[in-house]
Design a protein around this ligand. Structure first.
Ligand SMILES: [Zn+2]
Ligand SMILES: [Zn+2]
Ligand SMILES: [Zn+2]
Length: 211
């Protein structure tokens, strides 16, 4: 049984061009390149282009041409696939439908919390040390891998040398709790965050002031 959709209200102004809001749709939607199922918040049919646009609760939207075929839909709770935690939380919080007996496998990837796919030492002019005498190999000080050393930059910005782009090796440096791996550089001969966070300092628990 499909679920009732919200109105496709928007803060951005525009001219009405004959588009029509849909009243209901199946609960879960997924595009061909989506890593997880999302939930439909609202949908608009554009007769002129014979196309329906579905908005997800987490923000993005996706279009399906008349007759479908691009997006996948299902009404039942996904059993084995990941499902967008933001979409499910918002849809249930807004009481789009009743809380189901079983929740799907929820997923949300907080920004910066996962280790980077590209090592921050890639193309860095400072975060490496030469290996051997040839000058063509270097040790990435961020991840501990030995890599080819190349010119950094292109055209007018080409100067200095650094490791080629690479995935993090086995000894990826600890992240800064405030900036993760985004601002690492070489400070006093050590890989540190540019904000000055002392990497040997741990997190603290708030002291109990009542005692
Ligand atoms: Zn979503
Ligand atoms: Zn590296
Ligand atoms: Zn920092």
């Amino acid at each position: 049984m499909p679920v009732a959709l919200m109105l496709p209200t928007s803060s951005s102004g525009g001219q009405w061009n004959g588009e029509l809001p849909l009243t209901e749709a199946m609960r879960y939607v997924r595009g061909p390149n989506n890593s997880r199922w999302h939930r439909v918040r609202s949908a608009v049919f554009y007769p002129k282009w014979r196309r329906t646009h579905y908005s997800f609760w987490c923000g993005p939207s996706a279009g399906d041409p008349d007759g479908g075929g691009v997006l996948f839909f299902q009404d039942e709770t996904p059993q084995f696939d990941d499902t967008c935690g933001t979409c499910v939380g918002r849809a249930l919080g807004a009481k789009q439908d009743a809380i189901p007996l079983g929740l799907p496998q929820l997923r949300f990837d907080p920004r910066w919390q996962a280790a980077p796919s590209l090592c921050p030492g890639s193309s860095s002019r400072t975060l490496w040390a030469p290996v051997g005498y040839s000058g063509s190999a270097g040790l990435c000080l961020v991840c501990g891998d030995t890599l080819a050393i190349r010119c950094v930059g292109k055209g007018w910005t080409a100067y200095g040398e650094g490791p080629v782009r690479h995935k993090p090796g086995p000894f990826l440096a600890d992240p800064c709790p405030f900036h993760a791996w985004q601002r690492l550089d070489l400070l006093d001969g050590k890989v540190r965050c540019l904000c000055g966070w002392p990497h040997d300092l741990g997190r603290v628990e708030i002291p109990d002031v009542a005692t």
